[in-house]
Design a protein around this ligand. Structure first.
Ligand code: HEC
Ligand code: HEC
Ligand code: HEC
Ligand code: HEC
Ligand code: HEC
Length: 447
């Protein structure tokens, strides 16, 4: 009886702990030392090509990349200093961005400029020592790491002069990626859910894991002395590769009527088809990203107008139509300015359609601080193989020249909303605009 009570109390404490800090692998903190793991350079001498691919991917920069450094040190660490409830969150960032530092209990780690081993970010050893996960769902770095001579991989009986090898089913699954690509915050919100989006979509049903799009296989050698075979490339290309983002959504546009009188209203339909991604667009750091549709009209004399999207009338739609209202007031907590007025929410032309899911702070204001997100607005992203249709009704203006009027639609992507990037002095390459796709059509306007 007493043991049962204690056991259930213990169990409750664990649940409360897990919920209050949002961490699934807290026991891992400080459980290892850096010396338990080899440096990536130790793998480079044989895995020459894989090493070079990895150094160019975001995996090798997950701790050192400028925007990660700014958000971690200027916002997350500062927020935890103001409100110690967020200290486990601040430590937890490292569980995904520099797992060895987390395992070594080296949190916050030294700044990137100090050149410590935290800079290894998501290294070879991080992924190739993972043997499984805690619990029955993947989130919050709940992988299990067993460093040592065995490197876990996707091939049976691979022979290496440097280490032992072992085939792992787990490493080949989307759930492996999900240990870092799903994130639950202290409010119980799934602030990253790429693997869950994938699991609910057509690619999971067809047995196509993340690897087939982000680690495509090609003929070659995985190590200098290895036999030729199909090798999983270590590209991990995503938001930082314009070639990956480009074309991911296909765009078509047509008018309801091709011939109109000068006082008519043009009705345009734009179809957006997520043809290329195995999850929603945008996914991952949804709080930072902005995807927006900009439509313009040009008359026969070259005069140009901007067309705002027709509202559909769903709840919370105002978050998905660009405006110049202020948001991000919660940045004031970390910056020591609780009455911070905020920044323009979108930084894109007012009236454009935005494909997003807004992250809202405890006061219902839009935030880029995923750890401080208490609710979401409507999920108006484009699901895998989903098609969305947007309508643009445009009453022909008085000063329009008759003749052919052409329309152009551009779907844009930015990794970070511009006003936030400007305010936090994030280098310009992070908020660069990537054109996902364009479409055009025309109508003939008569007197
Ligand atoms: C002295 C050369 C050498 C070094 C150094 C080396 N490896 Fe290997 N590794 C190999 C060879 C050879 C294979 C077998 C490849 C094959 O047959 O396809 C291999 C295979 C692997 C595999 C695939 C295992 C499987 O079962 O699919 C992984 C994972 C791996 N190495 C990781 C690492 C990591 C991580 C490091 C650095 C800590 C490293 N290797 C260092 C030579 C090396
Ligand atoms: C140990 C944690 C961890 C695991 C496991 C992991 N990732 Fe990541 N991944 C990250 C982090 C952290 C980033 C963010 C890097 C940054 O700071 O921009 C990232 C970024 C990415 C990106 C985006 C790159 C970009 O250009 O923005 C892709 C794509 C990606 N991972 C794919 C995968 C796939 C596929 C798997 C499974 C095979 C996987 N990841 C497993 C931690 C992980
Ligand atoms: C984000 C996790 C991650 C990181 C970082 C990573 N790998 Fe891998 N690696 C994988 C996964 C997953 C596979 C299995 C791919 C599959 O199932 O298609 C793999 C496969 C391999 C293989 C076998 C490839 C084959 O098809 O024969 C080798 C060798 C390897 N990795 C070495 C390395 C080395 C060396 C590094 C560092 C330079 C590294 N990996 C970094 C996740 C990772
Ligand atoms: C059918 C191919 C496909 C599959 C399967 C797939 N992805 Fe992607 N992924 C893409 C494409 C295309 C993009 C670029 C467009 C975008 O940003 O969504 C992308 C982008 C990403 C990004 C960057 C998103 C951003 O905006 O920051 C991450 C992270 C990512 N994928 C991780 C994963 C993980 C993890 C899985 C498995 C759970 C996965 N992907 C499965 C095709 C795929
Ligand atoms: C559960 C794992 C996980 C945790 C915990 C986590 N992240 Fe991330 N983070 C990721 C992954 C995966 C990505 C890449 C998603 C994408 O490309 O869209 C990412 C992306 C980012 C980015 C955007 C990088 C870019 O270049 O666009 C920043 C900044 C960031 N994280 C900071 C943080 C901070 C600060 C914390 C702690 C408050 C944190 N992360 C906690 C996994 C995690």
């Amino acid at each position: 009886m007493r043991t049962a009570l204690l056991r259930s109390l213990g169990c409750m404490c664990l649940i409360i702990l897990a919920v209050s800090v949002g961490l699934a692998a807290e026991g891992a903190l400080g459980s290892r030392s850096y010396d338990d793991y080899e440096k990536p350079q130790a793998c480079a001498s044989c895995h020459v090509d894989i090493y070079q691919q990895w150094t160019q991917s975001m995996m090798s920069q997950a701790y050192t990349h400028h925007w990660d450094e700014i958000e971690y040190f200027e916002l997350a660490v500062k927020h935890a200093e103001v409100d110690p409830d967020f200290d486990p969150v601040q430590k937890g960032c490292n569980g995904c961005h520099t797992p060895l530092a987390y395992l070594a209990g080296d949190v916050p780690p030294p700044r990137p400029e100090e050149g410590s081993r935290a800079n290894e970010s998501v290294s070879c050893e991080v992924c190739h020592t993972i043997t499984g996960r805690h619990g029955d769902r993947s989130y919050n770095f709940n992988w299990i790491s067993e460093p040592g001579p065995i490197k876990y991989g996707n091939k049976e009986g691979a022979v290496s002069p440097h280490h032992e090898t072992q085939l792992s089913e787990f490493i080949q699954t989307a759930e492996f990626c999900g240990t870092c690509h799903n994130e639950e915050n202290p409010y119980g919100m799934m602030v990253k859910s790429t693997q869950l989006e994938w699991a609910a979509g057509p690619y999971a049903a067809e047995g196509v894991p993340c690897h087939r799009c982000h680690m495509p296989q090609a003929q070659g050698r995985s190590a200098k002395m290895a036999p030729e075979s199909m090798v999983s490339q270590h590209l991990f290309h995503g938001a930082h590769d314009p070639g990956k983002v480009g074309g991911s959504v296909e765009l078509r546009m047509h008018p309801e009527e091709r011939e109109l009188l000068y006082d008519d209203t043009v009705v345009l339909k734009v179809q957006l088809f997520n043809a290329k991604a195995g999850h929603k667009i945008p996914t991952g750091s949804v709080e930072d990203r902005i995807v927006w549709l900009h439509v313009t009209a040009t008359d026969s004399e070259g005069k140009t107008w901007h067309l705002p999207v027709d509202p559909k009338g769903f709840e919370g739609e105002h978050w998905t139509i660009a405006s110049d209202e202020l948001a991000y007031q919660d940045l004031g907590i970390a910056l020591g300015d609780p009455s911070f007025a905020g920044l323009p929410r979108d930084g894109v032309p007012v009236g454009d359609r935005i494909f997003r899911m807004p992250y809202l702070d405890p006061e219902g204001r839009m935030t880029i601080q995923q750890w401080y997100t208490k609710s979401f607005g409507p999920d108006y992203r484009i699901g895998p193989r989903e098609t969305k249709i947007e309508t643009f009704s445009w009453e022909l203006p008085d000063d329009l020249a008759v003749g052919e009027v052409t329309f152009r639609a551009v779907l844009n992507y930015k990794r970070l909303v511009q006003p936030v990037a400007d305010f936090l002095k994030v280098p310009a390459d992070e908020p660069e605009t990537i054109v996902i796709n364009t479409a055009s059509t025309w109508v003939e306007v008569y007197e």
